[in-house]
Design a binder for this molecule. Structure first.
Ligand code: ADP
Ligand code: MG
Length: 765
């Protein structure tokens, strides 16, 4: 029993030891399992990372365009290189051929030499390019090699990983199998314990106690065994779960493997497609290069043919050049000869021209004289004293009613005739021209224009405005600012004519503005307008007249004229309070002197244009007028009569002309006699209430006009007088009559004197 007990105890101790071992083994297994699991997990992590890095590597390689694009580039460069090399060879061959050509064409600096230098430059440039390309090519080759090596390395690493993984797997399955075996062996150990229990049941009471104790112990041990079993079961469960994990991990590994495989396959596919692309690109580049080659060949052929055609042209050009060189060498000689002959010719021509010029100058002078003669003749035929009438329009100052009705009519077929209805009886007058109220300032100026231009040729001209106050004298001579009269237009015309002749003639135009009031001459441009001026004989004994102290202004433009007129007008206004009245009682004179010099002949001319706005010709009733008014009227009548007398004497070519009878005629003496020209504009009012004055004015006009016409003129004169008698004019009519009396000493210079100025005017300026 004791033995049995000790055996049982031994067994128990053994069992306990075994249990401890088992426990230890179990914990060991547990920790091993855990370690394996973590190791496996780590491995899986590593594999994952590797996979990621692999795929990254693959994509990086792809993104670097892999070796394929670089290769493509390299191939293209190679093709390009080849082409350039060939071109270079061609060029060199051409160069050599050109060098080999006979050096007999020493066309230094010609087109070909330039071309060859260009070609040489190009060749060296191309060579440099080739070298560069070669360097680049080797670099690229190196790069491609490196990339390929790296790829192989990566593949190798991948394979190693796979092998490692397989080994690991093998190891794990082996361990799993061992664990199974251990478990099975542990299970197999249980039946001997049961057998011991049965054997104990058939023993004695003493042993029964021991048995009971043993049974209790056995119970306890059984419980422990059951517990151990429980633990074992748990361990089995754990093992199972770890197995499951392992399978799971395995499946994951296989999934990763398949993924890796797929990635590898994809990579291979891509590499394949890249390879194909590369091949295709190479083919295309080759085809393109071939086409380009062909084009280059064609170009070369064209250049060659061009060269062939250019050679003869070059030869002829060289010949031409040589010929020209020879000509150039002989050119100075030829030039000298030609110059000498041309010089001689020119000298001859100059001489001819000189003689021709002399002849022309002589002819020109003769023509000038002839022209003047013709002009004089024309003027004589036309009558150098012309009389025209101008009828002013009816104004509102004329009032209304029958007294303001027009009594003047015109002949539509004859512009020299005017009809007047005086006290119910018609009277007709024939003058040189009649202007109706509708005539403009320009129309009137047109009529006097020729007279004014003759002033430039050295003729003296007088234009008078005659008529009763308010008949339009000032309007015709001065006009308005908007519509100027003869004065301003005449000066404008002179300016333009002078400008036209400026190439051959030098002209100066000067003006003086004077007034004669009560037989006193005043300078309206002077600083002392109230000063009395005298007309004197020149002290040089030439018999010419001059006015000491008379101001003369030189004018060059319309602005100058306007300034002069304004100045004169201001002087006149400040002097007299009732300007209108004063101006109708005085004669206003604008004296324009034109001095000319012919640049080619040195010939000098002086012409004078006198523009006179006469005092009003109206009669002053004997009863009404006294004192200063009567004195004024007497002076006016005297001067107008003297003017009529002078004109009559001139037109009838009397030996004596009474210039000295008035200041006006005395002042204008040299502008009235000889071949001077005179125009009288007789201004008339058209209304009924002025008909008597109109009759007187027209009668004066007709009488003045008719004087020169010899026997016929006398006839007209007789008719005129008879009509006057017939009309029974009022006795107060003061129409100036040309008188036969000689009031003064014979005027100096009445003998034939040219129309140039004979009086020296002194400028007070
Ligand atoms: P006069 O100088 O003879 O005394 P004006 O020249 O002063 O006369 O003329 C008197 C008026 O008649 C002025 O108002 C003037 O403007 C006007 N007149 C004269 N002639 C004409 C004409 N042809 N057309 C228009 N108005 C005229
Ligand atoms: Mg007036």
């Amino acid at each position: 029993m004791v033995e049995a007990m000790s055996q049982l105890q031994k067994e128990k101790a053994q069992l306990q030891e075994e249990l401890v071992v088992l426990r230890e083994r179990l914990t060991l297994h547990d920790s091993e399992q855990q370690a394996t699991t973590t190791q496996l997990q780590n491995q899986v992590e590593n594999l994952k990372e590797k996979l990621i890095s692999q795929s990254q590597e693959v994509s990086r390689l792809q993104s670097e365009l892999g070796g394929t694009d670089l290769e493509k580039h390299r191939d293209l460069l190679m093709v390009e290189n080849e082409r350039l090399r060939q071109e270079l060879q061609c060029c060199e061959a051409e160069l050599q051929a050109l060098r080999a050509q006979p050096a007999a064409t020493p066309c230094q600096g010609c087109e070909h030499v330039q071309e060859s230098t260009q070609l040489r430059d190009k060749v060296s440039q191309l060579q440099m390019e080739v070298l560069e390309n070669k360097g680049m090519l080797s670099e690229l080759n190196l790069e491609v090699q490196q990339k390929t090596d790296r790829l192989a390395e990566v593949e190798l690493r991948l394979k190693d990983c796979l092998a490692e993984k397989a080994q690991e797997e093998e190891r794990l399955s082996r361990r799993l199998r061992n664990s199974h075996e251990t478990i099975a062996s542990l299970q197999a150990q249980s039946p001997p314990v049961k057998y011991v229990i049965k054997t104990v049941e058939v023993d004695s009471s003493k042993t029964k106690q021991a048995l009971n104790e043993s049974q209790a112990r056995n119970q306890h041990l059984q419980e422990q065994v059951a517990m151990q079993r429980q633990v074992l079961k748990e361990m089995e469960q754990q093992l199972e779960s770890s197995n499951q994990l392992t399978t799971q991990l395995r499946s994951q590994i296989s999934m990763y493997e398949t993924e890796l495989e797929r990635a590898h396959g994809k990579m291979l596919e891509e590499m394949q497609s890249m390879e194909e692309d590369k091949n295709r690109a190479i083919e295309e580049a080759f085809a393109r290069a071939q086409v380009e080659m062909k084009a280059v060949h064609e170009n070369l052929a064209g250049v060659r043919t061009n060269l062939l055609t250019l050679q003869p042209a070059l030869r002829t050009l060289t010949n031409d050049y040589n010929g020209l060189k020879r000509q150039v060498r002989s050119f100075p000689l030829l030039l000298q000869e030609a110059l000498q002959s041309v010089k001689a010719e020119i000298g001859q021509a100059i001489e001819e021209v000189n003689t021709n010029n002399q002849e022309l100058l002589r002819k020109y002078r003769r023509e000038l004289q002839l022209r003047k003669k013709c002009h004089n003749e024309l003027v004589r035929l036309k009558g150098n004293i012309r009389v025209i009438a101008r009828v002013r329009p009816i104004t509102k100052e004329d009032g209304e009613g029958p007294k303001a009705a027009s009594v003047v009519t015109f002949d539509p077929d004859d512009d020299a005739v005017i009809h007047l209805l005086h006290k119910g009886k018609p009277v007709s007058f024939e003058l040189d021209k009649v202007f109706s109220p509708g005539a403009s300032q320009q129309d009137v100026f047109q009529e006097v224009q020729a007279l004014i231009t003759s002033c430039i040729d050295g003729f003296n001209v007088c234009i008078f405005a005659y008529g009763q106050t308010g008949a339009g004298k000032t309007y015709t001579m001065e006009g308005t600012r908007e519509n100027p009269g003869i004065n301003q237009r005449a000066l404008q015309l002179l300016f333009s004519e002078v400008q036209e002749k400026a190439a051959d003639w030098e002209y100066t135009i000067t003006v003086s503005v004077t007034e004669i009031y009560n037989e006193v001459l005043r300078d309206l441009l002077g600083t002392e307008p109230q000063e009395k001026l005298e007309i004197r004989l020149c002290p040089d004994g030439s018999g010419q007249l001059y006015v000491p102290g008379l101001t003369e202004f030189q004018v060059q433009s319309v602005e100058d004229i306007n300034k002069v007129f304004e100045f004169g007008h201001n002087n006149r206004t400040t002097e007299f309070t009732n300007m209108n009245e004063h101006s109708s009682r005085s004669h206003a004179l604008l004296i324009v002197t034109v001095r000319g010099r012919d640049c080619s002949t040195g010939l000098c001319t002086i012409g004078k244009l006198n523009l006179v706005d006469l005092a009003g010709s109206e009669r002053v009733g004997k009863s009404g007028a006294e004192g200063s008014r009567l004195r004024e009227a007497q002076h006016i009548n005297k001067s107008l009569s003297a003017l009529g007398d002078v004109i009559a004497a001139l037109r009838s070519r009397q030996g004596h002309v009474p210039f000295r009878n008035s200041k006006l005629t005395y002042l204008l003496q040299d502008s009235l006699n000889g071949d001077s020209k005179t125009l009288m504009v007789v201004q008339v009012s058209p209304v009924e209430k002025n008909s008597s004055e109109t009759l007187c004015s027209l009668r004066f006009a007709e009488r003045v006009r008719s004087v020169e016409l010899g026997p016929g003129a006398r006839h007209t004169e007789l008719r005129s007088w008879s009509s006057q008698e017939h009309l029974e004019l009022e006795p107060a009519c003061q129409t100036p009559q040309p008188s036969a009396r000689a009031h003064s000493a014979p005027a100096s210079g009445t003998s034939s004197r040219p129309g140039s100025i004979r009086r020296k005017l002194q400028s007070s300026a």
